[in-house]
Structures are given as structure tokens and as C-alpha cells.
Design a protein around this ligand. Sequence first.
Ligand code: ZN
Length: 242
Amino acid sequence: MKAAIISDIHSNLEALQAVIKDIKKRRIKRIFCLGDLVGYGANPNECIMMCTSEAKIIIAGNHDWATVEKTDVSVFNPVAAEAIQWTQKQLNKGNFGKLQRLKLTSSIEDLFLVHASPNKPEQWEYLFSLDEAKCQFEFFKTQVCFVGHTHVPSVVYQDANGYTDFISDNPFPLIEGRRYIINTGSIGQPRDLDPRASYAIYDGNCRSVEIVRLDYNIPLAQQKIIDAGLPEVLADRLLAGR
Ligand code: ZN
């Protein structure tokens, strides 16, 4: 199985379109989406429509659940909360229902998919450090777990002795006896100071994974945010990649 894993689209249609086009150009048939379809950007309905028509699996992110009031928005920062309230007003009934039905996790073949963390996914923990990732391996059974949520692409492996470390090679092989937590980075709002959209390609036949970065029309996505009356800082950060 070969699959593209996308996450954290955040209503950024320009970034999503560029990524879907790239995935199709590579003739990859399966797309799995790790959630946060909405929040921050100006095209929530369009992004939900595109994700549901293109992705075979979609799981819930904290912004999706906050939009449909399954997660408490009071823990969000003021700008994020404002974007959630704006999104709630934009969504049509059908798309609201689509977000409402998203589940927290999914498994397919040797992959476990979750937005934030395998342990207690509904608590939306952030896995930034090695220590934060290390204790998560016992909460999934597959060789590979894909996550999003931090908007920072990263790869952590654990060997049979429990030794855990980051991998910086890209692409990198999936080695027997090792397990992996792979953060795909964000399509619509990267935060690793690289503004390009980020997603992952899993190649189950060659046993390898690649993190792909892709240019997209950032000025257009920024202009739409400003025209929508969303906080301007949400436009600024797209170009800064943070
Ligand atoms: Zn997110």
C-alpha cells in the first residue's frame, strides 16, 4: 500500500489544492487525513468538501471538534477561538454533520492514525520532545503511527530495547524491529519556519516514508483571511511559517 497522509489543513484551500495536485501527479491513490480540516483559514466549507471527496479516511482534530462543540473552545487562545466562532457561522449543515461524525483514531494495515497522541487522543496533547513521544509507543500496536497537531514535521523511532530517538533523514526506511511516530507537519499552517505545505508519503511496498514540502499560493490564502475579517495575524503567520 502506498498512501499520502495529510494533516492540519485549517481551511487553507490554496495549500490543500496544491498538495492534492501533487499527490495525484505522483499517482498515489490513497489519502488519509489526520484532522483539523478547519480553523484559522478562510475556506472551511471548501476544505471539508475536498477532504471528504479525496481522502479515504478522515479523523478528528481539536479544531474540528471545537467547531462542533465536542471539545471545549475555552482552552483555545483568543485568536484560535475567534477563528472557531467565525467557522461555526460559515459552515453549512452538511459540513457541520461531517465534522460531527469524525472519529478520534483509525487503523489501516500497519498504520495507526491519530491527530494528537495515541494515549488519550481526546486530550489533544502535543508531542514535541523525545520524552513526550517516548511514552506513547505502548498506546498503539502497529509499527507506524502518524500524528499531526504540532504543525512541525518530525520522526521518532523506538527499537526493541526501548531506545528512542529522532530521525532527520528524509526519506527514511522503515526498519524491522523498529516502531515509528511520524508527524506529517501541516498543510495549511506550518510552524517550523518553513512556510511550505507539509505532508507525508508512506510506501508500504518499499518500506519507506518521505516528508514532502510544497510551495503554494500563500498571498492568495493571506488575502482571503484578511477579506474574511479574520485576525490579521493568521495571514502573517502563513508567510513566516510559525
Ligand atoms: Zn492544527
